[in-house]
Design a protein around this ligand. Sequence first.
Ligand SMILES: NCc1[nH]cc(CCC(=O)O)c1CC(=O)O
Length: 319
Amino acid sequence: MTERALRLGTRRSKLAMAQSGQVAETVRRLTGRPVELVEITTYGDTSREHLAQIGGTGVFVTALRDALLGGEVDFAVHSLKDLPTTQPDDLALAAVPQREDPRDVLIARDGMTFPELPSGARVGTGSPRRMAQLNAYARNHGLAIETVPIRGNIDTRIGFVHKGELDAVVLAAAGLHRVGRIDEVTDFLSVDTVLPAPGQGALAIECAASNASLTAALAELDDPYTRAAVTAERSLLAALEAGCSAPVGALADLLADGQIVKEMRLRGVVGATDGSTLVQLSTTGPVPETHDQALALGRELAAEMLAKGAAGLMGERAL
Ligand SMILES: NCc1[nH]cc(CCC(=O)O)c1CC(=O)O
């Protein structure tokens, strides 16, 4: 007897379909079971309000989670950076696969890099985190750019540049890789200039916590280093009491001596969106071996950032 297909709940955007399709293929290979995509519409896809106004946290994930809990689908793939930092008890974060390039990138007219943008250049991004860091860099390097709030899917955002409405837009490299548009990047922004969102470039695979056999099967896709890194990054975000629309960047990476992994470094930033102030710190510690150790690394850095005034930069929407 053949087992029934596993149902993978996915949003309908090109990015969601691309990442769900890639995960579906891996799950088919690992389990030998057919996987069927089930399309779900989320509030984040239909709302035309700015993310900062609808309060970003969870807008893309709620409908998928409802479908999981309602038994309409068996598992779901999220962009990890869109997931709220608290994990519901009834849902298992079954796998965090190896992360894609975590950097932010620029797509500018005429192939320009960020430092080449002319005075008065209009740079589109709806992210307070990107605004804060781009404006801080501009202030420190005598660039006069204007950040313009935009939202929309990847095609829409790149379209603002092609139509001549903006000089440049800032996007995540990972999303562009997944939809096959990475070749259009004109500048890969160093993480020293723009620290990515906590969890950026990583995926989260969720299923009902009660489904122990599926949780175990999906765990095959987990990358322990990526999981430790994003756990530390998200712990920092949670300890700052910030949500995914707050001006907070975080990135954990491994420090190696030759081939031997020595430590995990966690960098964090929070800033005023006009770039007038940035609190930017980093800490290093032993590579976390447990979930609690990864959480502790994030909390430690958050405490140092709060001591340097981070709370005052979280804006009105601290949640
Ligand atoms: N905020 C929307 C969003 N959520 C996930 C990605 C793709 C990058 C990723 O998977 O981290 C994007 C687009 C972007 O920021 O350019």
